[in-house]
Write a protein that binds this ligand. Structure first.
Ligand code: F6R
Length: 599
C-alpha cells in the first residue's frame, strides 16, 4: 500500500526512481508520481500504472535529487491532483508521504486557514505546514522538525526544498521506510526491493526519527534534533527472489516455490541433531499462556483458524482466532495470562498493529509470525517466528499461507512436547513428505487449468464447501478466487449450506468440495449430493484413501494435520487459471494492496 523511493547523488534520478517504483508496484496503487530537482523542479504524475508515468516523463527530465511515489487512495479519489508529489503553495517544498495524518483537519484549521489547497489529501497539510514554519525560521531542518512534531498518525516522508539541491529530508513514524547507503549516493525506499539494484547496504529508521540525506553522508536525529548513530546492515535479498524469471506471473512462481519454502522452514527450525527446536523464550511464553488469542486478517486469519486446530488438539491450550480489525474495537473478556499471536505476512498490517499497541499497554505477552524480519509487528512484539517464505510479490498470498501453516504446526508440536505429550509422528519428516507432494501437484497444472476452464470461465459465483479443517481451507480458496478473478466466491462449512445459502444454488453453479478428512468424509459427500440434486456442478477434491468415483482430483495422502498444506494448492491454481482465462491482472488485482498500512 503506497510506496516511496528517493535518490540523491550524481546521476539522473529519473530511471532509478521509475525502476524502484516498478519494484513497489506489488504493494498495490492507483496513481503515481515523481519529482526531480536539478536546475529546475520537474513534477510528473499519472492516474494509473508506472508504465504510463514512464511514458509521460519527458526525455529531458533531469535531477540528481528526486522522490517517487505510488498512491493507494485513502483521503481523496485516485486522480492526478491527489497523486503525490505535492507542492507547497509557494512552490518551495515538494513532498511524498505514506500513511495517514489523523489530525490533518485540525492542523488545517489551526495553521492553514489562508492557504489554497490543490488536493483532497491529508498529505498536502504537511507540505503547506513546511511553508508556514519556514516563514518564521531561516533553517529548513528546524522547520522540518517543527512540522513533524505537529503530526499525529503514521507517516513515511520524503521532502525536497528547491532552495537546497544537496539535501533530501526524511521522516518516519509507523509507516515503513529505509535508508540505503551507496558510494557517492544515498537512497530511501519503503522496501529494500525497490533499490536493491543500487545497493545492498541499509539503515533502519525508527519511529519519530528524522534523516537528512546528502550524496556522501546521512544524518539521523530524533525530533528534538539529537543525533543518532546506527550501523548499516546487508539486505539478504536475492535479485532472483524479486524477479519473475521465466514465469508469466509472480503468483504462479510463488505457488511453485512452496515446496522449497517448506524445506527452508524445516532447516530453520531444526537443531544440529535434526530435531525440532524453538527458542527457549518462545517455549516459556507458550507454556505460561492459559489462553491464546490469534490476531490476523485475510489469508493470515485463515491460517490462524488452522493454527487454532493444531494448538488445541496437540497442545491442549484454548485458542481464539480474531479478525484484527474487529478485535481492536471489541476486546473480549481476557483470562489471567493470555498470549497474543499475531500472524502477518508483511508485518505491517495496521489492523493488527492497532491490537498489538493495545495489548502491549496491558503488559500481555506477544509473538509475531511474519515473513519480514525487522517489520513493525516483529519489532514491536516480544518474540518473532519467521516464515522464511522469501519475498511474496503477487498481491494474492500463496507461499506465505503455507509457510504460516507449517510454522504453526511446528509451534503446536513443540509446545505439546514441552508439555510432555507423546506424539507418534515426526513433524519434520511429515513436512518433508508434504513438500514433495506439493511438488507433484504443481506438476499437474494442465489438469487444473482444464478444471478452471470448465467450472469457472463464465460463472458469476462459486461456493467452496468442506468440514473441519477443510472448511478453513475452503475459506482461503474462496478468498483467492474472489480477489484475483472477481468471481463472487464464499467458503462454507458443508453442513451450513442448507441453513440458508443453498437457496443460491442454480443450474450449473460451481461448488468446489474438499474431502480430505476421514472423520467427515461421509457427511461432506452428502452435502455434495444435496447441491448436485439442485443443479450444482460439483468439483470434488479428495485425498487417497477417501476417494470416490467422479472426484475431479485425488491428492496424495499426507499426515492428517498437514492436509491444509496440500489441499490449498489446487485451490490456488484454480484461482490463478480462472483469473488468467478471464483476462484479469493476476498479480495486481483491482483495489487491493499487498501491505495494508491503514486501518
Ligand atoms: C489475500 C491477502 C490478504 C492478506 C491480508 C493480511 O491473498 O494477501 O488477505 O492476507 O491483507 O496481510 P498480512 O498477512 O500482511 O498481515
Amino acid at each position: 500500500m503506497c510506496g516511496i523511493v528517493g535518490y540523491i547523488g550524481t546521476k539522473n534520478a529519473k530511471n532509478i526512481l521509475l525502476n524502484g517504483l516498478e519494484k513497489l508496484e506489488y504493494r498495490g496503487y492507483d496513481s503515481a508520481g515523481i519529482a526531480l530537482l536539478g536546475e529546475t523542479l520537474n513534477i510528473t504524475k499519472v492516474k494509473g500504472r508506472i508504465a504510463a508515468l514512464r511514458e509521460k516523463m519527458e526525455d529531458e527530465a533531469f535531477g540528481t535529487l528526486g522522490i517517487g511515489h505510488t498512491r493507494w487512495a485513502t483521503h481523496g479519489v485516485p486522480s492526478e491532483e491527489n497523486a503525490h508529489p505535492h507542492e507547497s503553495a509557494s512552490g518551495r517544498f515538494t513532498i511524498v508521504h505514506n500513511g495517514v495524518i489523523e489530525n490533518y483537519q485540525e492542523l488545517k484549521e489551526t495553521y492553514l486557514q489562508d492557504v489554497p489547497f490543490k488536493s483532497e489529501t491529508d498529505t498536502e497539510v504537511i507540505v503547506q505546514l513546511m511553508d508556514k514554519m519556514s516563514q518564521t525560521t531561516q533553517d529548513t531542518v528546524t522547520a522540518f522538525r517543527q512540522t513533524i512534531q505537529l503530526l499525529q498518525g503514521s507517516y513515511a516522508i520524503g521532502l525536497l526544498d528547491n532552495e537546497d539541491v544537496d539535501t533530501l529530508y526524511v521522516a518516519k513514524n509507523k509507516s515503513p521506510l529505509l535508508v540505503g547507503i551507496g558510494n557517492g549516493f544515498n537512497v530511501i525506499a519503503s522496501d529494500a526491493m525497490a533499490t536493491l539494484k543500487e545497493t545492498d547496504q541499509y539503515v533502519e529508521i525508527h519511529d519519530e526519527e528524522i534523516v537528512l540525506l546528502h550524496k556522501d553522508s546521512i544524518v539521523m536525529m530524533d525530533v528534538e534534533g539529537s543525533v543518532i548513530e546506527r550501523e548499516p546492515y546487508t539486505a539478504e535479498l536475492d535479485m532472483q527472489d524479486i524477479e519473475k524469471g521465466t514465469y508469466a506471473h509472480f503468483m504462479l512462481k510463488e505457488i511453485d516455490e512452496q515446496p522449497f519454502v517448506i524445506r527452508k522452514i524445516i532447516q530453520a527450525y531444526q537443531n544440529s541433531d535434526g530435531q525440532l527446536e524453538m527458542s527457549q523464550d518462545i517455549r516459556n511464553t507458550m507454556q505460561e499462556a492459559d489462553r491464546i488469542h490469534i490476531i490476523a486478517s485475510g489469508t493470515s486469519y485463515h491460517a490462524g483458524l488452522v493454527g487454532k486446530q493444531f494448538i488445541e488438539t496437540l497442545a491442549s491450550i484454548p485458542v481464539e482466532v480474531h479478525i484484527a480489525s474487529e478485535f481492536a474495537y471489541h476486546t473480549p473478556l481476557l483470562s489471567e495470562n493470555p498470549l497474543f499471536i499475531f500472524i502477518s505476512q508483511s508485518g505491517e498490517t495496521a489492523d493488527a498493529r492497532a491490537v498489538l499497541t493495545k495489548v502491549k499497554k496491558r503488559g500481555f505477552n506477544t509473538i509475531t509470525l511474519t515473513n519480514v524480519p525487522g517489520s513493525t509487528l516483529s519489532r514491536e512484539s516480544n518474540h518473532t517466528l519467521q516464515l522464511h517464505a522469501g519475498p511474496e510479490i503477487a498481491v494474492a498470498s500463496t507461499k506465505a499461507y503455507t509457510a504460516q501453516i507449517a510454522v504453526l504446526a511446528l509451534l503446536a508440536v513443540d509446545t505439546a512436547r514441552e508439555k510432555g505429550v507423546q506424539l507418534d509422528f515426526d513433524l519434520l519428516q511429515e513436512l518433508a513428505i508434504a513438500a514433495s507432494v506439493i511438488e507433484t501437484l504443481t506438476e499437474q497444472k494442465d489438469k487444473i487449468e482444464e478444471l478452471a476452464k470448465t467450472f469457472l470461465n463464465t460463472t458469476r459465483n462459486a461456493f467452496f464447501i468442506g468440514r473441519g479443517i477443510d472448511y478453513y481451507v475452503c475459506s482461503e480458496g474462496a478468498l483467492k478466487l474472489k480477489e484475483i478473478s472477481y468471481i463472487q466466491a464464499e467458503g462454507f462449512a458443508g453442513g451450513e449450506l442448507k441453513h440458508g445459502t443453498i437457496a443460491l444454488i442454480e443450474e450449473d453453479t460451481p461448488v468446489i468440495a474438499l474431502a480430505t478428512q476421514k472423520a467427515v468424509n461421509h457427511p461432506i459427500r452428502s452435502n455434495v449430493q444435496e447441491v448436485v440434486s439442485r443443479g450444482a456442478k460439483a468439483l470434488t477434491i479428495s485425498m487417497e484413501g477417501m476417494e470416490q468415483t467422479g472426484d475431479a482430483l485425488v491428492l496424495p495422502a499426507v499426515h492428517e494435520i498437514l492436509t491444509p498444506l496440500i489441499s490449498v494448492v489446487p485451490l490456488q491454481l484454480l484461482a490463478y487459471y480462472a483469473a488468467l482465462h478471464r483476462g484479469c491482472d493476476v498479480d495486481k488485482p483491482r483495489n487491493l494492496a499487498k501491505s495494508v498500512t491503514v486501518e
